[in-house]
Design a binder for this molecule. Structure first.
Ligand code: G6Q
Length: 547
């Protein structure tokens, strides 16, 4: 019999429980229980995960854990780690965990221990990244390669961009990293204007090596290089990261200069593989491996810890609780660390591409919400933009706060002020301010009775807005690896509860096909393709403007 997730008993029980919880204020839960923070927080290494500022009780957690159990989460986690083909629409294993399997226990796909080739590629990455960093692999004219340009998009861009920025303090001083992703010529032009061909290494990162943005950008860069240094220079200035050797050859890159990964690595889960080459060159392979170790520590925690103490499991379940039961469809991610400023963009892809699905594993259209709208930016900057809506909007927006106890730049009292802000925001979003409290504050501030009456509602805050807080010691490679792996597993947990495939992306592929059909029309040599009247008139208008 088919299982429909929102019809099972565990789900129905949560629905009933939620009706009661909707009437409860979080501030009351805190006032009634001094132990609340202790009860609802977990720790792994130096990372503290405080989820007490959610609209939960011990009963809620019991019911959520029951839901995870009946959805078969325990077995599903094992299936992923052991290399079962859980990407069931593409018949592929999902093994980003094997890429950082520092324990080196064998992992089999179709009878082959994939750790052998994973370790070979890691060794090749070490050799090459060190040769570039120490100036042994030089450019065509004998100069050291100091400009590293990653050309890739989506999963072949967002991870490296985020990691290189997050770990900036670990970067070699004489290496400059650039990223070209967008097909907008500006992306290419802006980078090429800044760099010197003699000292530039282009890394063409594309799993399929068929993505139009990446190939077009790579061709433009190749021409730029050849115009400056000649055809023979390509071998010294271009490498490829891909699963597709044939296409790499076709493009004109020698497969010896190719770093391989495999179809059991999804694009958005690929920064731990060859796609991380630009990270390895920036921070060195030792630090890259520390990042893998951090992720591996989170993997082992996820695999081996009972669910009640399992950080990604609890994080995923809290997300389900907010999304499916309270109807809160979005999640703001706010790292209070400037170096983590690209984390929200990375998580946006990770969560929305993985779980923005509407057909279940049972091949049915789902009748419940899946996926979460993720957005965010660095604190305190975003406190001065979208936080207004968090404090006084009509629908709560759950927040993930991330703060390191120690900054890489301990300048004066900056970090203390930063920490004070993140803690104050979490507290204010939880507690809010009643109309009565606002009135009393206004009166204390000496406002007249009329002013107090007029302003008290405007100056009140509903509170009861859920948030999670993550505190780490410092954003170092290990901790960063742990953090990213935690979110990957959170997405996995939610995909299992929702009964969807978190590992395909037919929506992204649709976009790739559609533009290809319109291109000849814009270029003027194709007619007669039927469009809706809006698209047809937009094509005509743009062509007229470009004449
Ligand atoms: C990631 C997605 C997508 C992909 C890009 C680039 O999971 O599949 O973001 O990474 O479309 O694809 P290529 O790496 O194949 O160029």
């Amino acid at each position: 019999m088919k299982c429909v997730v929102n019809k099972i008993r565990a789900w129905k029980r949560l629905e009933r429980h939620c009706k009661k919880m909707k009437k409860i204020e979080m501030r009351k839960l805190f006032d009634d229980d001094n132990e609340r923070a202790k009860k609802f927080s977990l720790q792994l290494d130096n990372m503290l995960f405080d989820y007490s500022k959610n609209r939960i009780t011990e009963k809620t957690m019991k019911y959520l854990l029951e839901l995870a159990k009946v959805r078969g989460l325990e077995e599903k986690i094992k299936e992923m780690f052991r290399g079962d083909k859980i990407n069931f629409t593409e018949h592929r294993a999902v093994l980003h965990t094997a890429l950082r399997n520092c324990s080196n226990t064998p992992v089999y796909v179709d009878g082959e221990n994939v750790m052998i080739k994973i370790n070979e590629v890691l060794a090749k990455m070490r050799k090459f990244s060190e040769a570039v960093r120490f100036g042994e692999f030089k450019g065509y004219t004998g100069k050291k390669l100091t400009n590293i340009v990653n050309i890739g998009i989506g999963g072949s861009d967002l991870g490296p961009v985020m990691a290189v920025e997050a770990l900036k303090k670990y970067r070699a001083k004489d290496i400059n990293n650039y990223f070209i992703s967008n097909i907008d010529g500006t992306a290419c032009a802006e980078v090429l204007n800044k760099i010197d061909p003699e000292t530039t290494l282009f890394i063409v990162a594309s799993k399929t090596f068929t993505t139009i943005e990446t190939l077009t950008n790579a061709k433009t860069c190749r021409k730029w290089l050849i115009d400056a240094l000649g055809e023979h220079a390509v071998a010294k200035h271009f490498v490829a990261l891909s699963t597709n050797t044939e296409k790499v050859k076709e493009f004109g890159i020698n497969p010896e200069n190719m770093f391989e990964f495999w179809d059991f690595v999804g694009g958005r889960y690929s920064m731990w593989s060859a796609i991380g080459l630009s990270i390895a060159i920036a921070i060195g392979m030792d630090n890259f491996e520390k990042m893998l170790e951090g992720a591996h520590a989170m993997d082992l925690h996820f695999l081996n810890t009972d669910f009640a103490h399992n950080i990604p499991v609890i994080l995923g379940l809290i997300g389900i609780w907010n999304n499916n039961f309270f109807g809160l469809r979005s999640n703001a991610v706010v790292p209070y660390d400037q170096y983590l400023r690209y984390l929200p963009a990375y998580l946006q892809q990770l969560e929305m591409e993985s779980n923005g699905k509407f057909v279940s594993k049972e091949n049915e259209f789902v009748k419940y919400n899946t996926g979460t709208v993720v957005f965010g930016g660095p604190g305190t900057d975003v406190q001065h933009s979208f936080f207004q809506m968090l404090h006084q909007g009509t629908t709560p927006i759950p927040v993930d706060f991330i703060i390191p106890a120690i900054s890489h730049n301990e300048v004066g009292s900056h970090h203390q002020i930063l920490v004070a802000n993140v803690l104050a925001q979490g507290e204010a979003l939880m507690r809010g301010k009643t109309v009565k409290e606002a009135a009393s504050e206004l009166a204390k501030a000496g406002k007249s009775k009329e002013e107090v009456n007029f302003l008290k509602k405007y100056k009140s805050f509903p509170g009861n807005n859920p948030s999670n807080t993550f505190v780490v010691k410092k954003i170092d490679p290990y901790t960063f690896g742990m953090l990213v792996a935690m979110y990957e597993h959170k997405v996995f947990v939610q995909g299992v509860i929702w009964d969807i495939n978190s590992f395909d992306q037919f929506g992204v592929e649709l976009g790739k096909e559609m533009a290809t059909a319109i291109l000849p029309e814009l270029q003027g040599d194709a007619f007669g393709i039927t469009h809706d009247s809006s698209t047809a008139s937009l094509i005509r208008y743009i062509k007229r403007l470009r004449k």
